[in-house]
Design a binder for this molecule. Structure first.
Ligand code: COA
Ligand code: ZN
Length: 306
């Protein structure tokens, strides 16, 4: 079976929308714990305006406090050149530029037009040239925008083409508010893969309408090998009405392993980490395997049947 790669986003996508500020030390402890689970990448935080996202105002302190595992890529989200500068100074391995396919979500999220975002990205690429910091892009609202609805395929392809042209190394196609359905996700992923067959695409799916894992299957059918997900199923964009959690990492890994795929992830460690989340965030979380246990965890027969 194919080798698949899981990127964890809980301390970024998950915590950015939590009403309670998660203390810096607890973020560091969680990242360190996740570093020992075999995940390919961990999106640690965002270097954005602390006024826009107060939950991640401690980005520098978190990056400085974590213990880096040599096999893990440590990633941070960035929206403007100032963020890229901060992220590079904090020695992230990779920055993720955030861009929305839809004009209105781009404005709601980063308060600029998509053209202005592209201009900032060109500046960032020049500034990072030669630093060794890798650059990815998260393309929000690829599978639907809460303000404008579905985005035309030719616009999605044009955006991918421009990012590839700028030298961005990989792209995460993001379903910001879970509007994608399995057929659409398969079609869009197949088109971008056919157009850019050698390029690295990831899927960043939210389970807002219960289609998250079904959409992962569509991604697999289309040959996508990288998946972004959030421990416990936390997550959501504070600037997208109705946003809810990402596809849940341990549920995703559980499904992929059950299907015979190799992710390199230690599922038991992941589940153990997920079970610590409700106490950390102060509420129940959507993850299912952390509650039900794995399909292979059998129960003793009731005594009367023994
Ligand atoms: N890091 C820290 N502070 C930053 C910053 C950055 N990367 N970029 C801007 N700021 C500060 C400015 O210094 C300014 O502070 P001040 O009011 O004390 O002077 C303030 O933020 C506003 O700056 P401005 O350049 O006018 O930005 P804006 O108000 O047009 O907002 C963004 C644009 C991109 C900075 C802001 O919308 C943002 O950070 N968005 C992040 C969105 C996000 O993370 N969404 C979730 C992920 S999907
Ligand atoms: Zn997201």
């Amino acid at each position: 079976m194919t080798r698949l790669y899981v990127h964890e986003v809980v301390t970024r996508d998950g915590f950015q929308i939590e009403p309670r500020f998660i203390p810096t030390e607890e973020k560091i402890v969680l990242v360190d714990r996740l570093s020992e689970t075999g995940l390919h990448k961990i999106e640690v935080t965002s270097f954005v305006s602390p006024k826009a996202v107060p939950a991640l105002a401690d980005a520098e302190a978190v990056m400085a406090g974590i213990r880096r595992h040599p096999a893990v890529g440590y990633v941070a989200l960035v929206a403007n050149p100032r963020g890229a500068e901060r992220a590079a100074a904090a020695r992230v391995d990779e920055i993720v530029l955030v861009l929305s396919v839809s004009e209105s979500h781009n404005r709601a999220n980063v308060r600029r037009s998509t053209e202005e975002s592209f201009a900032g990205f060109a500046e960032i690429m020049r500034a990072l040239d030669g630093t060794g910091v890798k650059v990815a892009c998260g393309m929000a609202t690829t599978f639907g925008c809460p303000f404008e609805g579905y985005q035309p395929l030719d616009r999605i392809l044009r955006f991918v083409d421009r990012l590839v042209g700028l030298g961005v190394g990989s792209i995460a196609l993001a379903d910001t508010v879970g509007m994608g359905d399995p057929r659409q996700v398969r079609d869009v992923c197949s088109e971008v893969r056919a157009r850019f067959p050698e390029y690295e695409f990831a899927l960043h799916l939210h389970n807002t309408r219960g289609m998250g894992l079904a959409n992962v299957l569509s991604g697999l059918e289309a040959g996508i090998t990288h998946y972004e997900s959030s421990l416990g199923g936390l997550g959501g964009c504070p600037f997208a009405p109705g946003a809810t959690g990402n596809v849940c990492t341990e549920d995703l890994v559980h499904m992929l392993h059950q299907m015979g795929h190799d992710t390199g992830v230690d599922l038991d460690r992941l589940i153990a980490a997920a079970r610590g989340l409700p106490a950390l965030v102060g509420h129940d979380v959507p993850g299912q395997v952390m509650k039900a246990g794995k399909s292979t965890d059998l129960h003793p027969l009731p005594p009367q049947l023994r």
